[in-house]
Design a protein around this ligand. Sequence first.
Ligand SMILES: [Zn+2]
Length: 99
Amino acid sequence: MEAFGQLVSLVLLIVGGVFWLVASLGVMTFAEHRGLSSGTYFAAAFFLSPPVAFLAAATARPSFNAKSVKRCPECAETIWREARKCRYCGSPVQVESAG
Ligand SMILES: [Zn+2]
């Protein structure tokens, strides 16, 4: 039954590979949604480990240089550029035009 064992190993490898790729893509989407570099987190997930990259993306604060975020003038927290109200302190903020 050595051939069968090899077949099982191959199937597990393929299934694991597909799962790994899907998890990496999920991390990439998650990072993108958070205003982080999607390419960087996809690479981290794919070449290191999806759970590790996911944790990194979940705990990382969006970069202030990212186009999609700005900083609240009242509490200095990073908020979405489209926001009209700070989600941390609730103070109204000016909506900045995209770009
Ligand atoms: Zn605020």
